[in-house]
Ligand binder design. Sequence first.
Ligand code: NAG
Length: 166
Amino acid sequence: MYTTTFILAALAAVGQARFGREGLVQASVQALSDFGAPGAAGTLAGQTPGVLLAGASACAKLELADQIVAELGTDPAVLAAAAELVAAEKNFNPSAQAIPTICSDASLPATAELRGIVPLVDPDVVGADVQNANSAASLQTPFAADGLSVADVTTAQGFSNFTLQA
Ligand SMILES: *[C@@H]1O[C@H](CO)[C@@H](O)[C@H](O)[C@H]1NC(C)=O
């Protein structure tokens, strides 16, 4: 009884920690209110949860990251928030899918500074340890991405347990 309660509490804590990390992307974009037209950062921030939903296309967050830079500019703070979105984990519904989806459109993201960044994936997926280490590393130093989709870069760096999505 005690053990069950403890495990449930621990699982809830893990779930909240992972959910909170997605909320961080929205907060990072929201914080860019000094850039772009009045209200633009808030509007873009409000669009971040939708592109991270399990049902959203894996390419949608890359398009939104490009849009963030297009509307707010290339200040390092803007690029950092957009990069955070590119690297963000898309929600994952284990009862509907066994493995993550990653965008296979080589034209995305179009912003040069956002290329070569690979996304976090659900830590329960086989191979996620490699991918999540790669994701963190790519935010520091992006991987080579000339002519490659995010899916291509991901595979080149050693993680291939995902479904392509154009
Ligand atoms: C991919 O991940 C799923 C879910 O973790 C796992 O069941 C499967 O064995 C993995 N496939 C490969 C080829 O690693």
